[in-house]
Design a protein around this ligand. Structure first.
Ligand SMILES: Nc1ncnc2c1ncn2[C@@H]1O[C@H](COP(=O)(O)OP(=O)(O)OP(=O)(O)O)[C@@H](O)[C@H]1O
Ligand SMILES: [Mg+2]
Length: 352
């Protein structure tokens, strides 16, 4: 196998860790021992419920925050050890795009100046024939070069997200971390922006870490899907495999919750969504910091069905390879397997 573009190696991030010794300070382990790779040109999705640590992991990858444990490698080099010119080069390699475009740009500056910022920040000369180059950048994302003179408020939400993408593309990144880039947009506009991402990937050979709640968008755009639950990776699988044959009880629940994808599992969903079995002794309910045992046990229908096995409380399940290229962190996942639906017929290849 060729070396991945990016490797996340046993990364954890604990908020408040540095001030943890002060009285009354609480820490929060938002990302807990996550390992994941992204290949050159590959698109990987990060899914999971609100608060599961998706944005935190994305910010670690974009080096907006430093992880409290573990490391991130790009082309096999430890990003934490970079400084000076190498660090700037990394910042050009990885760009992050956010959900909220409303406050992303200074309202008093024209798009021309906003798009020229990255060059200045990186001490690079503005491209030759600056306006032509910036206009081309706008056209690449489906806008008109004549819009360079406009101010941010003169764009629609979808157009503003395109400006954000253009700015992210300006210095030729190899990996884009896109954090819910379409969820604030109108449904019809969402499809257009997703199609834009797909086209840019094809044209520029970009890698993508795509953070989303929307499994249909994820299926459309990504080859692999990584499922986070309370900071831990519970499953990583090729997209068809995950949607047609999810192994982890939490992935099964996520997929069952998407209309049209998962009616087959409704029995399991209702079990999972019910308050669930009382946490067994030793299982810290909802606590991602629980060192021992499976952190999903207190909500897990499989745990309940199997009669609360001791192993789930005592031993943290490692992410281990399973059939079909999946990896799953569950001691008993395969025993809960049932044949899945054929999602390819439900989720169409083209969005919109
Ligand atoms: N700056 C911070 N200080 C303390 N805790 C934080 C901070 N940022 C995030 N957290 C906590 O870390 C956990 C993970 O947050 P994160 O924003 O990564 O979740 P998320 O998966 O992106 O959620 P969402 O889907 O709602 O965007 C949450 O419990 C959150 O409250
Ligand atoms: Mg988030």
């Amino acid at each position: 196998m060729t070396e991945p573009l990016l490797s996340i190696e046993r990364v954890s991030h604990e908020f408040g860790a540095r001030r943890a010794l002060l009285p009354g300070r609480r820490t929060h382990l938002a990302v807990d021992d996550v390992s994941l790779t992204i290949g050159a040109g590959e698109s990987v999705a990060l899914v999971g419920e609100s608060g599961s640590g998706k944005t935190t992991l994305g910010r670690v990858v974009a080096k907006l925050i430093t992880p409290t444990a573990g490391r991130v490698l790009v082309d096999g080099r430890d990003v934490g050890a970079l400084s000076g010119r190498e660090l700037l080069a990394y910042r050009r390699t990885v760009q992050m795009i956010f959900q909220n475009t409303q406050h992303a740009f200074n309202p008093r500056r024209r798009i021309r100046d906003i798009l020229a910022d990255p060059y200045e920040i990186h001490g690079l000369p503005a491209p030759d024939g600056r306006d032509a180059a910036l206009g081309e950048l706008l056209e690449r994302v489906g806008l008109h070069a004549s819009m360079l003179d406009r101010y941010p408020h003169q764009f629609s939400g979808g157009q503003r997200q395109r400006v954000g993408i253009a700015r992210a593309l300006s210095l030729g990144p190899r990996l884009i971390v896109a954090d819910e880039p379409v969820s604030a947009l109108d449904v019809s506009v969402q499809a257009q922006v997703l199609n834009l991402f797909a086209r840019l990937r094809r044209e520029l050979g970009l890698s993508l870490l795509f953070i989303s709640h929307d499994l249909r968008a994820v299926y459309f755009l990504c080859e692999r899907i990584a499922v986070l639950y309370q900071g831990r990776l519970v499953e990583v699988a090729p997209r068809e495999r995950l949607l047609e044959h999810p192994l982890h009880p939490y992935s099964r629940r996520l997929i069952a919750a998407v209309p049209g994808l998962g009616e087959r599992d409704s029995a399991e969903v209702s079990q999972a969504e019910a308050p669930g079995p009382a946490p067994a002794p030793g299982v810290a309910a909802e606590s991602p910091a629980a060192a021992a045992g499976c952190h999903y046990a207190s909500r897990c229908p499989l745990y309940a069905r199997l009669g609360a096995p001791e192993r789930c409380r005592a031993e943290r399940p490692a992410l281990r390879p399973a059939a079909g290229g999946s990896a799953v962190a569950c001691h008993f996942a395969t025993e809960g397997e049932e044949p899945g639906a054929n999602v390819s017929s439900v989720v169409s290849e083209e969005v919109g």
